[in-house]
Structures are given as structure tokens and as C-alpha cells.
Design a protein around this ligand. Sequence first.
Ligand code: NAD
Length: 494
Amino acid sequence: GLGLTGAMVYSIYSLRHPEEQFEPSPDKKTLVILGTGWGAVSLLKKLDTENYNVVVVSPRNYFLFTPLLPSCTTGLIEHRSIMEPIRNILRQKKATVKFFEAEATKIDYEKRIVHISDDSEIKGDISDTEVPFDMLVIGVGAENATFGIPGVRENSCFLKEVNDAQNIRKRVMDCVETAMFKDQTEDEVKRLLHMVVVGGGPTGVEFAGELKDFFNDDLKKWIPEIQDNFHVTLVEALPNVLPMFSKQLIDYTESTFKEEEITIRTKTMVKNVTDKYIEAQVTNPDGSKSIEKIPYGLLVWATGNAVRPVIRDLMGQIPAQKDSRRGLAVNEYLVVNGAENIWAVGDCAITNYAPTAQVAGQEGAFLARLFNTMAKTDAIEKELQHLSDTQSQAKSNDERNQILDEIRERQKQLRRTKQIGPFQYSHQGSLAYIGKERAVADISWLSGNIASGGTLTYLFWRSAYLSMCFSSRNRVLVAFDWIKARLFGRDVSR
Ligand code: NAD
């Protein structure tokens, strides 16, 4: 009994207290990684950190499993369950990695310096400084697109970060409780209970589905008075939602939304937002256009990505980026065009692929392989240099031949390691939850398009997302949240 307990205590201890770690060294290159999202973290996970002095800078000291963020807006999943502390990831690395919780405010490409700023509430004497780099990986993602439409920033909720999901969760309950306020007028009740989602991409669709689930599973049971007036509307400028999916899957989504009584307003482009209604340009069936006011209680804005200012500024410093609009143009090795020693991954880089978690993750893993190989190549080249020096001083023929053999062996190794091809994305499929325990999946490598509802696709969606989770800790937390909601319903406190 004691032996087993001892072994368990020891293994937990050694997990929490890793072996002696290496110190930053002057003969290693400094590799600075900006971001703690899909691209940066998958790079970190696979990188042999002992080859570089690795520095990570991000305003967020955790990785966020974004595919389950829509579930946090209704309390189905607690936000902490999909956060993974970056310190947890870093302490598992062989060599020390420095982490600074800060925002990169400017990248000085010529001086090879990143300006960083502590943007958290508590600041020390120093909150702005510089981090020099030999190599830089930019994985800072994108910001929410508003297209300069007036009122969007002031009045709507986005769905990108943890606090966005928390905001939405609070706001939904605030709308419901305010609608139930004594003597509230009928029009005002209708407005407050109108949940409007702008943007018919996967973010908007998944959120609309989750919100309607919340209403059907819990809200309407706990507060039956809202039953007739609680509505979810999805607004999309294009003729259909989910343009990245096939026609069949789009039809399936639209018919599921009909059953769920989620209204889809396509060909409706939002032009202006006030605190109580949106103004949209509607293209009528006869082709004419009209402006319509749509009152709302909650407005969620999910119209995709825009370039972050720090990236726009860097693009301005590099002539080769002059024609790039949507982000940093990179070559097939993810090197930022026109900037030696700078790489970009994820939503801030422009590739031939959609800005998804899957793409960013694979790009990060590719860079890890590239950097590990570069370090190995350097090491072999150094050995080769050393070998040829000793060969010239060799006394006997025998000795000389022996060294020659070794040189040939090293050269072979070098050729092998240098053979790293360009980045190639391998699409594992797209998956989106659409509510009512249904998901759409396009898993082209398996069997073309799969569009199915019911328990099977739903279970597939759940297990796929669980297996994509970064740590077993998150897996357990998410699974418990699902069970908890099944047993007790979601928590409707504000
Ligand atoms: P998106 O760019 O995919 O969709 C935004 C939608 O908003 C577009 O259809 C656009 O026509 C519409 N829109 C823009 N301006 C509008 C306006 N003024 N009025 C009305 N509609 C307007 O954005 P997203 O859904 O946030 O997705 C971003 C990226 O992340 C995509 O590449 C997506 O594939 C990926 N993603 C994938 C998943 C998944 O696989 N489950 C989930 C979320 C996001």
C-alpha cells in the first residue's frame, strides 16, 4: 500500500518539479514567439526548446480552445475548462522558456526588436520595454472585422475571447430579467428577448444553435413567461449561410434552423447599429433594396477577421508587403515576404487556406519541425568543420581514412535533414455544431460530405472536439461540464 502511494506521490512530485533546466545561453539564437493561440502553442509543443533561447510574448497567459467557446456563452461549458495555462505547457519543455504577459505593440523589423507593453490591470515600475530577436514567429491572430460600420464596437458583443463569452452569458440573462421587469411594455419585452446574430459563418451559426438549445433545454422551463417572445435571428449579407460548406450541408443547416425556429435573414446587410436596433439593407426577391430597422436586446457580431494594427504597421515597414491587404504575405516556408528571419502563422498570415484553427495548428507544427531541423543541420555542420580540421592533422593513413568515413556519414546525415519540404496543409475536414444535437461535417478524405443529424454526428462532433483538446486535464473538465449540464441543466444566474 505504502509503496504504491509513495510511487504516486513521487510521480506527481516529479511532474510538478521538473529536472534542472538549462539557462539562456549567449551561443544560441534568440527565438521570440508572439502569441499563445493555435499557431504559437502548437509550435511550442513540438519545438526542441534546448536549441534556442525561446521567449514567448502574449497578452493572454493561457491557450484557449476556441471551438468550444460558443458553448461558454450559455454556461454549458465553464470557460476555465477550455483554458490551458501557458505556464503548464512551458514547464513541460526540456529547456527554460521565458514568458512575458504583454502585448506586442510594435515590431521593428530592421532593428530586430519587438516593443512590448504590459496591458494588464496591475503594472510594475516597468510596463513598456523591448525584446530583441534573432528569429521571430508572429502568431498574434486577427481582430474582429467591423468594416467601419457605425455603432458596432459600442453596442455589440464579439465572440473571440473568454471575456466575450462571459459578456454574452451575462447579457442574455440581463435581457431576460429586464424583460420580466414589472410593468414592462409588450414591445419592449419583444425587443429585449430578440437575440440577433450578425454573420452567417460558422461562428454565427454555432452561437445561434447553442443559444436556441439554451432556451429549449433550460430557459423556457425555468422562466415560462418568455416562451412566446424569445427569438433568435441570424443575419447574413450573402444569399446563404456557411458558404464554405457544400450545398447539401447548407440546406441541412437551413432546414434544421427552421425546425429550431431560428430565423435566417439572408441578403440582409447591416449598415448601422444603435443601442436598440440595427439598420440593414435588405435585397428583396424582386431585386429591389430597402432599409429595415430590426430591434434587438442582444447583438452578437460575428463577421470574420480584420488585420491587427501591429501587423498593419509591420506591413508598412516592408516594401514586399505593399500589395498585401488581409495580412502578412508569406512564402511556402511561412517566411514573411521581404523579411528574413521572420515567420508568420495562423490568422495574421495570408496563405491559400481559410483562417482556421486547423490551419494555424499545422503551420505551428511545421515551423517546429523546420526549426528543429535547422538546429540539427547547424550541429552537423559544426561537427563536419571539426572533423576536417582533425583530418588535416591526422598522423597515419589509417586515421585519415577513418575520419574520412565519418565525414561521409555526416554529409549523408546533412543531406537527409536538409530535405524539409515546404508547408503543406492537410485538410482533416470541417465540423460545425448547428444546435438540436446536430452537427454538419464535411470529411472529404473519408467519404465525401457527411450531413447527418441525431445522436451519431453529434457524438462524432463531441468526440472529435474532445480529442482535439490540448491536455487530458481539459478533456476531463469539458466532459464533466457536459455531464453536469445533462444532470442539472445550465446555470441561469447572471
Ligand atoms: P466568416 O468570415 O466565416 O463569416 C462572416 C460572415 O459575415 C460572412 O458570411 C459575411 O458575408 C457576413 N457579413 C459580413 N459583413 C456583414 C454585414 N454587414 N451584415 C451581414 N452579414 C455580414 O467569419 P467566422 O464565422 O467568424 O469565421 C472566421 C474563420 O474561422 C473562418 O475561416 C471559419 O471557417 C473559421 N471557423 C471555423 C469554425 C468551425 O470549423 N467549426 C468555427 C468558427 C470559425
